[in-house]
Design a protein around this ligand. Structure first.
Ligand code: LRH
Length: 466
């Protein structure tokens, strides 16, 4: 039975998984799990401990050796990178996208490239941490003589010695042309970012090189969201997806980018998917709001499990207070419950007074945002939706799945939970000629919409979500 190793790095935990393929079906086994979360370096900003992550990955790979894997693939969150110097070593830290160092960089870029031009070229939604803004925040001489490797490409380089940029993740940098899928010569000309920084592009399914024990390392859809969407068990075209974990990535799979002014104004992104597909989606802050709240409550001495907080949240009154999950103040780590309280007070709504009340606000607000993004995606693309696939860790959050079905007025099919790892294995197995079709995983659960969507739409209007 051929086996493939998926290294799947998330913003709170990383996993090394073994994917066995039998009769076209992929079964995943977790070999190793380790925490990844960003750390503050005193005076040096928020960064990822990539050395520790790499040690964990190597340990996980050693544990898979007995399965004699056909290949290894790596995916992770987008946009963050390491700089490799002329001597081939990592120069400095890999900074976390939640670091506020990019403040003011959008304005600086506008001096040479206006927003409409940037969108026409890249099709990328404005997010303050897009790689282009992170690079502009670097001292310019730091970029001279360097090669930028996005995180999965950096791990791939350490494993094989080969440098490159996998295209699904490269599309999140705002340096890739969404139409040609090449680095944009126009942007390189008009910004101080040196073209020499960007390594050659590679497509999902190409061999990167030889890894530990001679096992090939294969480029997968190395952006975790691209891998997750490749694993959405949908049939037909009329589906929306929510890749729900730290972030909720909410949108549609399309054959070509939507680069209209309306799409730009709605802040929709056109990220590159496998086989030339486009992920037309909007980022919503996601379960980060809840996990960061839980972290703060625990620090304050709360002794409750997430499942208890969620159960008690269901006993709280409906629609008491709604926030826009994408308000910029929710992006950095910190006292999330206090920020949510301030947002409620600031919009004249009752301030949630307990962890379950805050959790209720978060769950309803996320569902409101999910529905708003799907409605907008459908309007902008002209595609009608019949069903929503919610994949990733959020598929285990029953209240969120139910509220999302209610707010969208559409059935929600939840699962698979490990969608990124599944998509990762799928691309490797296809490259090896072992499978042909996208993985089909039985949904964990189906949530039918209850009642009409009017109350949800009015909640959305309260915070100006469209
Ligand atoms: C999800 C994700 C998302 C990006 C963000 C930085 O893990 O890759 O698609 O926008 O992290």
């Amino acid at each position: 039975m051929p086996a493939f190793v998926a290294v799947d790095l998330g913003a709170t935990s990383g996993r090394v998984m073994l994917g066995d393929v039998r009769g076209g079906e992929i079964t995943l086994t977790e070999v190793r799990r380790f925490p990844t979360g960003p750390r503050e370096r005193p005076g040096g900003g928020l960064r990822w401990d990539v050395d520790e992550m790499y040690g964990e990955i190597l340990a996980g790979l050693r544990d898979t050796a007995d399965a004699h894997p056909v290949s290894i693939g790596i995916d992770s969150w987008a946009v963050d990178y390491g700089l490799i110097g002329p001597d081939g070593t990592l120069d400095g830290d890999v900074r976390c996208y939640r670091d506020p160092r990019t403040a003011g960089m959008a304005q600086r870029l506008r001096e040479s490239v206006d927003d409409a031009t940037l969108y026409r070229i890249t099709g990328l939604q404005y997010l303050p941490f897009n790689t282009i803004y992170q690079l502009l925040a670097e001292p310019p001489d730091r970029l001279v003589d360097k090669t930028m490797l996005l995180l999965p490409d950096l791990i791939g380089y350490w494993l094989t010695g080969e440098q490159g940029a996998e295209v699904t993740n490269a599309s999140t940098t705002a340096l890739l042309d969404a139409t040609t899928r090449q680095w944009s010569a126009e942007l390189l000309e008009r910004t101080p970012i040196p073209g020499t920084l960007l390594p050659p592009l590679r497509l999902p399914g190409t061999r990167i090189g030889e890894g530990p024990g001679g096992t090939p390392v294969v480029a997968v859809a190395s952006h975790d969201t691209a891998s997750a969407v490749a694993a959405v068990p949908a049939s037909g075209e009329r589906f929306g997806y929510i890749s729900c974990g730290t972030w909720s990535l909410v949108g549609l799979e399309l054959p070509s980018p939507v680069l209209t002014e309306a799409a730009r104004e709605a802040n929709f992104t056109n990220e590159a998917g496998i086989d030339g597909t486009v992920r037309f989606l909007r980022n919503t802050m996601g379960l980060w709001l809840l996990s960061e709240s839980m972290r703060v409550w625990r620090e304050q001495g709360l002794d409750m499990r997430l499942s208890d907080v969620l159960a008690q949240a269901m006993a709280e009154p409906a629609f008491r207070s709604i926030v826009d999950p994408d308000s910029p103040e929710f992006l950095p780590p910190g006292d999330m419950p206090a920020r949510i309280a301030a947002a409620c007070a600031g919009s004249g709504q009752p301030v949630p007074q307990s962890p379950p009340a805050v959790a209720r606000t978060i769950l309803e607000s996320l569902a409101v945002a999910h529905a708003a993004s799907l409605r907008t995606a459908s309007r902008l693309s002209g595609r009608e939706l019949e069903v929503v696939h919610l994949v990733g860790g959020g598929a285990l959050n029953e209240p969120l799945c139910q509220f999302t079905a209610d707010a969208c007025g559409l059935p929600v099919l939840a699962g698979p939970v490990e969608a990124s790892a599944l998509g990762n294995v799928f691309v490797q197995a296809r490259a090896a000629g072992v499978v042909a079709d996208a993985p089909v995983a039985a949904p964990l659960a189906r949530y039918e919409p209850r009642g009409g969507t009017a109350a949800w739409e009015s909640a959305a209007r309260r915070v100006g979500l469209r």
